[in-house]
Write a new protein. Sequence first.
Length: 156
Amino acid sequence: MAKKDPLFLVVVDDSEEMHHALRFACGRASAVGGKVGLMYCIAPAEFEYWAGVGELMRAEAREEAEANMAIHATYAQELTGDMPILYVREGEISDELLNLIDEEEQISLLVLGADTKSETAGPLITFMMAKGAARCRVPITVVPGNLSDDQIDALF
């Protein structure tokens, strides 16, 4: 069986620290000949009982997800020379993240950015460290959100 290139997964959101996680993942992928994966999770529509409203909300959320992913995919491609693998999921982010990691055997590392401006590192990191790590089959790297691009680049 041929060995697949390692895939470094980053969860795309609107946080500042996501940039740091993405930069780290791109540096790691470039250093070892791996790839970057980007996951965007759309929150479930709240008005499920109004089918038309729910579908409209879902379509708008999907458009926003695709636009957001395109920006980050372009940045990742600039850093690595390779287009990242894109995943768009709908549901609770913690569940969808763990499901994706279980489904995609190529994923070898989860890279998360830590919020350094609040009391916690962020809700996803808090979940992963408290409960999610026991269910996660890959190592988790947490990149502090207060690192500069030069500091991240110096790691590779």
